[in-house]
Design a protein around this ligand. Structure first.
Ligand SMILES: Cc1ncc(COP(=O)(O)O)c(C=O)c1O
Length: 393
């Protein structure tokens, strides 16, 4: 074969560890805590009748179906962020919005500030376009504000990427004080915010408002990303963005250049579901199911990890984030050992631009396993961690 001549940026195209692990995790008999897949048995039925109109199978508009944009503007409005339908763009999953944000904002060497840890596939696309990722430490209710301000002041990032509701991977959920403080700092340093919220509706116990930070900004520009993947089947690839009006023409052109428009039947099904009377009951059912699984995972974790790790019980989202104590590490090497024994998890290093920061961390998904699998899988995993630690002393 002739030598492949590829764009220079492909040298930065890392394979996503998540995808590699997911491929291993589907082997028969594997207990997987690795992915972020929603639970199939809890997903609501989509109103397929709404997709029957043959007219929907023709090309459509790049911005999205008017009914979808209208319904999504209302849905976003329920969070406290008021947007007009003109500010909404239908996406093929919110991941596409991360791709557009990267194309719009990142040149080689552009500084982008992210939570440390952050979402793997966001780091992947930002790095592909050449971003210099800057990290800010995160606790259960928001970022370290002094470190956040120092980064804005000294490194002048062109954009800040945050997941304030049930963050992937850490489960952190920003307090209102943290949201206000972050918004004030972004305004002060006039820095663009990319706010990503795929888990907002997977809220299990929430006793505080979760106003989007975009709604609290007075002058900084913003892009707000949302998704139906975690509440209405990810295979539909239905997501959306809303943005500051000055950014919309650029984002619509990026959409045209990427794939002309988002599939129309899915937009109509989602618009119909958003307007349906059953929507609240669907979400309640989903949350009750997740709550039971989250609690079962907590019980099994206390039994098998109580002496070896620290964690905060997630109040929403799909993950537990553990920090191991002492000499224990959850690196790629431990992963290979665990996979060989039939259990998959996500090593913490995948979630940091500086992987060594995550050596003692691991992410565990709780939405797809039965209580019996949690028991068996966590016992196996704890044993692998101990064996690895003994082998490396
Ligand atoms: C933080 C975060 N953003 C974006 C996405 C992408 O979701 P979608 O399926 O809407 O593309 C995910 C998926 O897991 C995620 O965790």
């Amino acid at each position: 074969m002739a030598r492949l001549q590829l764009a220079r940026r492909t040298e930065r195209l890392k394979s996503s560890l998540v995808r590699d692990i997911l491929a291993a995790a589907v082997q028969p008999g594997m207990i997987s805590f690795a992915g972020g897949l929603p639970a199939a048995d809890l997903m609501p039925a989509l109103p397929l009748a709404a997709t029957a109109d043959a007219g929907l199978y023709q090309y459509g508009s790049s911005e999205g179906e008017p009914a979808f944009r209208e319904a999504v503007a209302g849905w976003i409005g329920e969070t406290g962020l008021k947007v007009s339908p003109d500010q909404v763009l239908a996406l093929a999953g919110s991941q596409q919005g991360l791709d557009f944000a990267a194309k719009l904002l990142i040149d080689e060497g552009t500084p982008v500030l992210c939570e440390a840890p952050s979402y793997v596939a966001a780091l992947q696309v930002f790095e592909l376009f050449g971003a210099k990722i800057l990290g800010v430490p995160l606790s259960a209710d928001g970022p370290d504000l002094a470190a956040f301000e120092a980064r804005l002041r000294e490194d002048r990032p062109r954009a800040v990427y945050l997941i304030p509701c049930f963050q992937n991977p850490s489960g952190a959920c920003y307090s209102m004080d943290a949201r206000r403080a972050v918004a004030a700092l972004l305004d002060r340093y006039d820095t663009l915010l990319i706010e990503d919220e795929p888990y907002r509706s997977v809220a299990l116990d929430v006793d505080q408002p979760m106003t989007p930070i975009c709604a609290l900004l007075e002058r900084a520009p913003w892009i707000y990303l949302g998704s139906f993947s975690k509440i209405l089947w990810p295979g539909w690839r239905m997501g959306y963005l809303a943005a500051h009006p000055a950014l919309m023409p650029h984002l619509v052109r990026l959409k045209q250049a990427a794939d002309l428009h988002t599939q129309r039947p899915g937009q109509m099904a989602v618009a119909h579901w958003l307007g349906s009377e059953g929507r609240a009951a669907d979400l309640d059912g989903l949350r009750s199911g997740y709550r039971l699984r989250r609690d079962a995972m907590q019980t099994a974790l206390q039994r098998h990890f109580g002496d070896i790790a620290d964690w905060t019980v997630p109040r929403g989202g799909l993950f537990f984030w553990l920090r191991l104590r002492g000499e224990l590490e959850a690196t790629r090497a431990v992963l290979d050992q665990a996979l060989a024994q039939g259990v998959a998890f996500m090593p913490g290093e995948a979630f940091f631009a500086e992987p060594e920061l995550g050596r003692q961390c691991l992410r565990l998904n709780y939405s797809r396993s039965t209580p019996e699998e949690m028991e068996r899988g966590l016992a196996l995993l704890a044993r692998c961690l101990h064996e690895h630690a003994l082998a490396t002393v």
